[in-house]
Ligand binder design. Structure first.
Ligand SMILES: NC(=O)c1ccc[n+]([C@@H]2O[C@H](COP(=O)([O-])OP(=O)(O)OC[C@H]3O[C@@H](n4cnc5c(N)ncnc54)[C@H](O)[C@@H]3O)[C@@H](O)[C@H]2O)c1
Ligand SMILES: [Fe+2]
Length: 390
């Protein structure tokens, strides 16, 4: 590799084990036993629990003599108190392993439950970076959206209703022992959440690829994620039972999660948190609305990388300058959003233009993603981006 200079020292971390494939849920009991679990607490999405999935999990586990308890209260964009409630249930039932099943909301609650159960205290004590003192119960994460990648990240995100904001718990102890990905579980996700959660995955892939914290290894996952998502999200939205597309899309969100865990995200996530915390905009939708304005802003800071993104999204860049190719990346994402039927703007959620300075103040405090941004972003820049997304 002539001329290849390693830019800086990098490390690479993740979930201890990943099992991927249609039908892989069937071996859940064996995985629980591999981790010496006898009494799992299953943290499950409230809506999914009612679809028969709870009974299916109970049957899979109890046929192997495992005694299972369920915490089935998780709602989208979870309140932090849910993590404390779940942990109390785990302690009361003397659970020895935590299984999270659902989208990012259920998995984030499950990851926090596992560490609060052993560390005591409250979830709010552990918000921020590296605040969790010791390991939690073993964790198995099973995503049903493709999605957040939470099954392979060290993060759990919560809404703090009293403060009207979203905050993350970030600790290596949140990495799951097992990420169990069965694409069949995503077949029931309706078109709109398929589109929105899929765009969150694309955000993770694009943001981690353009993060100044990216490494050659994280870039490999991020770029492949961009291709997989760009090629398969439309089919997942418009032909939801297409298992081949669902498989590739779940693989894409897994790779994007690996990129996110190792390179971080950028300003889209800083700007979207206050929209979720104060106006209840779902995570995927808030990111979708902000993604292209942030890409356009960031373009001068990462021209070559955006040109790579255009290639990865299947755009024809032959004969174009990097700058021309980079602009195609923004257009390709705009087209994908339109093709997936997402037509939303900030104004649809009761946000007023006079709210922008306060939103930007909160976004400025979501510091880690901002530090990764390839172009420095000020409060005034943020206000301009909110205005563009209005
Ligand atoms: N931990 C991380 O690294 C990380 C990364 C990104 C986002 N997040 C967080 O994850 C949360 C969002 O998660 P999400 O986007 O996966 O959505 P979600 O978990 O909130 O689920 C969205 C909706 O889809 C439904 N649903 C989920 N799977 C389904 C299925 N297979 N069939 C039918 N319905 C289904 C749920 O009931 C819910 O109504 C946010 O709180 C966000 O901040 C965490
Ligand atoms: Fe996200």
């Amino acid at each position: 590799m002539e001329g290849f200079i390693m830019r800086k020292i990098f490390s690479f971390t993740g979930a201890k084990k990943i099992v991927f494939g249609s039908g892989s849920l069937a071996a859940l009991a064996a995985h629980v036993k591999e981790h010496h679990g006898q009494k799992p607490l299953v943290v499950i999405d409230k809506n999914l629990a009612k679809t028969g999935l709870q009974e299916k999990i109970a049957a899979l586990l109890s046929s192997d003599g495992i005694k299972v308890a369920f915490f089935d209260k998780v709602e989208p964009e979870p309140r932090i108190e849910l993590a404390d409630e779940g942990a109390a249930l785990a302690v009361k039932n003397k659970c020895d392993i935590v299984i999270g099943i659902g989208g990012g909301s259920a998995m984030d609650v499950a990851k926090a439950v596992a560490v609060i159960a052993t560390n005591k205290g409250e979830a709010a004590d552990y918000l921020g970076l590296n605040k969790v003192p010791k390991a939690g119960l073993p964790k198995i994460m099973i995503p049903t959206t493709a999605g957040t990648g939470s099954e392979v990240t060290f993060t759990a995100v919560f809404v703090r209703k009293n403060l009207k904001k979203k905050e993350g718990m970030n600790s290596p102890y949140l990495y799951p022992e097992l990420a169990l990905l069965d694409p069949e579980l995503t077949l029931s996700l309706p078109p709109a959440p398929t589109a929105q959660t899929g765009m969150d995955a694309l955000c993770h892939a694009i943001e981690s690829y353009t993060s100044i914290n990216a490494s050659p290894m994280s870039e490999m996952f991020s770029l492949e994620a961009i291709s997989l998502i760009a090629e398969n999200l439309r089919a997942c939205v418009h032909d939801g039972k297409n298992i081949a597309a669902r498989e590739r899309m779940l693989l894409g969100s897994l790779y994007a999660g690996i990129g996110l865990a190792n390179a971080g995200v950028t300003a889209v996530h800083s700007l979207s948190y206050p929209l979720g915390g104060r106006f209840g905009v779902s995570h995927g939708l808030a990111n979708t609305i902000l993604l292209t304005p942030v890409m356009a802003f960031n373009l001068p800071g990462a021209v070559e990388k955006f040109a790579d993104i255009a290639d990865a999204m299947g755009e024809c860049t032959e004969g174009l300058s990097d700058r021309e190719a980079a602009r195609l990346a923004v257009e390709a994402v705009e087209e994908l959003i339109g093709d997936c039927g997402i037509d939303a703007a900030i104004r649809d959620f009761g946000v007023k233009e006079s709210d922008f300075p306060a939103l930007a103040d909160v976004a400025m405090t979501v510091a880690r993603p901002l530090e990764n941004n390839p172009r420095k972003m000020t409060k005034e820049d943020m206000i301009a981006i909110y205005a563009e997304a209005y």
